[in-house]
Design a protein around this ligand. Structure first.
Ligand code: GAL
Length: 657
């Protein structure tokens, strides 16, 4: 598989269908141009119908038929759905909700990451499946589990989690005095004498100590990582040369995705643009505009994130094929969108796009979820679009890989946990605020890499960190030593790792770069607005405002207007650094971040609001998410590989030159 090769795949559940259908299904998949098929992630009870009795025959036959039809199998470990017999044997594997109630069998993801019994069972079944198929000639890749965090299942308040949390805290703090200092337990008489007195931070009367909660979130993330690492090690031992992946989700910050990078060979994620639009950040008018195309930036944000998580390599493991079943409302995509989303992924560097699912299920929870085929096996809309993508791939010259983007966007998971643990009001959903910043940069036509604090910074001209609450000293040093300029959003550097006020006040370690002190913060109601002047115009900000004092070398770039503290600094800068002390609304972000791109020497191309660009190798793609025909910003003489200069609604074009 070369980096430039593109392929397509599908998620298939032979265990849900009469075996008489399999051979024809396999032949039809291949005829459609699909090259990959994912199997097995929910098949535990069929693989091991009773404790220790394995039934491999059906799966051997399914893999054989699919492989002989020319498909490469992605085999999964089935740990996202432990069977009933296991739950009955060992009910302690079930997760416990924040209300203290044990969750029941009857859906999926009913396990606690901290259960030693479940960890042993997961290792046992992973070992069995990997031993059987690791070196199988038709099995070319592995998925571990399925969507960690789906259905909010990272946090569990079980006795096993409590025991493991105490252990984790002991390792982290060494002695209880250090924990007392870090958590600030002199406050409200919360003092502990020993680690085994500590409980999980649920069912307390008021908010728990923020460091207690943030440590629990951090611990829970570490539990996901170690759960994953254990299975990845088993699979790698039996499946040499086959990439190991996990299918991540949109918008899940319950575990540190950068932290899992070592234990996967490529990242993959599950892209459901319309469900994510309904549950996303856009106001209703914008949702109406994009109801059948998706938020122009939410999809790309994930592509850019998972390209980074995968060390440059990512797949879409599940691509929405039509209406889904699980969102508050489930509209149909515009005709053509399955093709559009597939190419959007490729433009952002994806090597493979796999569709969920082959045939619509006529039973159980996801009956309303479409597939490539209707429940009776006749092709649905997506099948024709997928066939077209396959033909287009065949005609497309190798795309090459994505170059390093000029802009790096920092997504730091511990900072998100800090915001969850100590939100200071209900203004602004952190993920939405950050996506607004990302979107403003994308509207300027620039490519973006999403990185963690540990990433190498070489080659970036601009680093944008909208919510880096916990800025690591090492990151600040490497940033200072890099050639990049940086823009920080409010709250950056505002807390230590233990969620305390940093020495010298916020922005803590960032004060090494920029001489300022945040002396007051306020969260503001949705219906209020603050105004600030920047570059000769008046702009709106919402939700958050800081009062900052600056040192002599720091320049005020924008000032608040209005009755409250008029003239106080809204954006300041010095040398290579800028700090924004509020949340500008999207239009204001266009001005603030557009100016930052110019300042950092990043070439930009302000786009029509519905258009987005992505460059891969020598090819530029332009995607029109809106209802009007738009012109591609292609140079004269451009050679179009897909589409043409006039891009119709919900359509795209790709060109070289
Ligand atoms: C994903 C999940 C799939 C399926 C799909 C439906 O979250 O991994 O198993 O449920 O959603 O959209």
């Amino acid at each position: 598989m070369s980096a430039g090769a593109l392929s397509l795949g599908v998620c298939y559940y032979p265990e849900q269908w009469d075996e008489a259908l399999w051979a024809e299904d396999a032949a039809r998949m291949a005829a459609l141009g699909l090259g990959w098929v994912r199997l097995g992630e929910f098949a535990w009870s069929r693989i091991e119908p009773e404790p220790g009795r394995f039934d491999w025959d059906w799966l051997d036959r399914a893999i054989g038929l699919l492989g002989e039809a020319g498909l490469r199998v992605i085999m999964s470990t089935p740990t996202a759905a432990p069977p009933k017999w296991l739950v009955d044997l060992a009910p302690e594997i079930l997760p416990v909700g924040a209300d203290g109630q044990r969750r029941k069998f009857g859906a999926r993801r009913h396990y606690c990451f901290s259960s030693p019994r479940y960890r042993a069972e997961a290792a046992r079944i992973a070992e069995a499946v990997a031993r059987r198929y690791g070196a199988h000639r038709h099995v070319h890749a592995w998925q571990i589990d399925n969507e960690y965090g789906d259905h909010d299942t990272v946090l569990s308040y079980s006795p096993a989690a409590e025991a493991a949390f105490r252990q984790w805290l002991g390792d982290r703090y060494g002695e209880i005095g250090a924990l007392n200092r870090a958590w600030g337990t002199s406050f409200w008489s919360m003092h502990y004498d020993a680690f085994d007195q500590i409980e999980l931070p649920n069912r307390v009367v008021d908010d728990p100590a923020p460091a207690h909660l943030a440590d629990f979130l951090h611990f829970s993330s570490d539990q996901v990582l170690s759960f994953h690492e254990a299975q990845a090690a088993i699979v790698r031992a039996h499946a040499p040369g086959r990439p190991v992946t996990h299918n991540f989700m949109n918008g899940n910050t319950d575990f540190d995705h950068h932290g899992i990078a070592e234990a996967i060979d490529l990242a993959s994620w599950d892209s459901y643009p319309l469900g994510n639009l309904v549950h996303g950040r856009l106001p209703e008018a914008a949702q109406a505009r994009y109801m059948r195309t998706g938020d122009p930036d939410q999809i790309a944000f994930n592509h850019d994130l998972y390209r980074g998580v995968g060390g440059g390599r990512f797949w879409v493991m599940e691509q929405q094929p039509g209406p889904v079943n699980w969102a508050a409302s489930n509209p149909a995509p515009a005709d053509g969108m399955v093709r559009f989303w597939s190419w959007l992924a490729f433009a952002h560097g994806a090597e493979m796009v796999s569709y969920f699912r082959w045939r619509q299920a006529p039973f159980a929870q996801e009956q309303f979820h479409t597939g490539l085929l209707l429940a009776d096996g006749t092709p649905d809309q997506a099948a024709g679009e997928v066939a077209r993508v396959a033909r287009e791939i065949a005609a497309m010259p190798p795309l090459g890989s994505r170059a390093r983007a000029p802009v790096a966007f920092v997504l730091d998971y511990p900072s998100r946990w800090a915001l969850a643990a100590l939100p200071q009001g209900r203004a602004g959903v952190p993920a939405h605020v950050a996506l607004d910043w990302y979107a403003a940069l994308r509207r300027q036509g620039v490519d973006i890499d999403i990185i963690g604090q540990g990433a190498a910074l070489d080659g970036y001209r601009l680093v944008v960190a909208p919510d880096l609450v916990i800025a690591e000293a090492d990151f600040v040093s490497r940033l200072a030593a890099s050639g990049a300029r940086a823009v920080f959003g409010p709250r950056s550097g505002s807390k230590t790792v233990a969620l305390q006020v940093p020495e010298g006040l916020p922005p803590g370690p960032l004060r090494r770069l920029i001489d300022l002190r945040v002396t007051r913060v306020e969260s503001l109601p949705d219906w209020s607005e603050e105004r600030f002047s920047f570059d000769g115009a008046s702009h709106v900000a919402r939700g958050w405002r800081e009062t900052i004092e600056i040192g002599e070398g720091t320049e005020v770039l924008a000032r608040f207007e209005g009755a409250y503290r008029p003239g106080s600094a809204a954006i300041v800068g010095t040398g290579r650094w800028r700090y924004v002390a509020t949340w500008p609304v999207p239009e204001a972000l266009d001005a603030v971040l557009g100016a930052a791109l110019d300042w950092a020497g990043v070439e930009r191309l302000p786009l029509a609001p519905d258009l987005r660009l992505a460059r891969r190798g020598a090819v530029t793609f332009a995607f029109n998410f809106g209802p009007d025909t738009l012109m591609a910003p292609a140079p004269a003489g451009a050679r179009f590989l897909l589409g043409r200069a006039e891009i119709g609604p919900a359509d795209f074009a790709a060109w070289t030159g």
